[in-house]
Design a binder for this molecule. Structure first.
Ligand code: SAH
Length: 229
């Protein structure tokens, strides 16, 4: 069971991703609890402000310390958290090993930034981990939080129907997945590889491994050299 609490100024943005398919099922089965908090509810300001002009001038707004301090204090008064994550383009790049590690946590907070970002003092004093989902800039942290949550929750034992399925995904063994096919065996004159129809499990496993190795060498040579170390 993992509990992920997401702090955002746009909770509606995150309602969709968590109410379908595997993430929905994980919550229904009680394996994951995903809770959305609206940061504005924690603003002491009468207009519920959460952002202000940057000191020193310049374009864009900055998310203020106070509401974030209020909510994190409030959440921490109720339970201990393994990490307070801030989604940030300059954070550590999300990877499968990182998702594996996070899936062992019990309680996580994910803070979504907006505008020019968040007051640096939040990062210095309240955040314990910063994660980027790639070397590009999004307009807000919500989609990044959805990506992190999806990558983590599907790893919780029992969430995927086939227990082995997450383990055979790309990156888990330093290799990317082999190609997959389903019926019909020939479509439009395009046949599937005959070995898959052979019924010979040993040959099939061998073929899949060869394909994985070949694809990794071709498409992700850096993974291949990493897995050899
Ligand atoms: N001015 C900042 C970008 C702000 S983008 C900079 O150049 O670093 C607004 C918010 O979107 C950020 O606070 C962060 O929470 C989120 N965000 C943007 N790109 C992201 C990425 N690649 N990974 C994770 N979060 C990201």
């Amino acid at each position: 069971m993992i509990r992920i609490e997401i702090i955002t100024i746009f909770p509606e943005l995150l309602e969709g991703p968590f109410s379908h398919s595997i993430l929905k099922r994980a919550q229904q089965k009680g394996m994951a609890e995903i809770i959305l908090h609206n940061l504005r509810d924690y603003s002491d300001d009468k207009h519920k402000r959460v952002d202000d002009y940057p000191f020193g001038g310049g374009a864009g707004m900055v998310m203020m310390v106070e509401p974030v301090f209020n909510i994190i204090n409030h959440l921490r008064s109720q339970r201990q958290y393994d990490d307070v994550i801030y989604t940030s383009p300059d954070g550590e790049l999300l990877s499968q090993p990182m998702a594996n590690r996070l899936s062992l946590c019990s309680n996580l907070i994910i803070l979504c930034g907006h505008y020019k970002g968040i007051d640096e003092r939040i990062r210095e004093h309240l955040v314990t981990k910063e994660i980027s989902i790639g070397n590009y800039v999004l307009s807000g942290g919500e989609l990044a939080a959805a990506v992190i949550t999806d990558a983590v929750v599907r790893l919780i034992p029992g969430v995927l129907n086939d227990e082995t399925s997450a383990l055979s995904d790309s990156f888990q063994d330093g290799l990317i997945s082999p190609p997959v096919f389903t019926r019909p065996a020939t479509y439009n004159g395009w046949p599937v590889p005959p070995v898959l129809l052979s019924g010979n499990d040993r040959l099939i496993q061998q073929w899949r491994l060869e394909q994985s190795v070949e694809r990794t060498k071709q498409r992700r040579p850096e993974l291949f050299s990493d897995s050899k170390q």
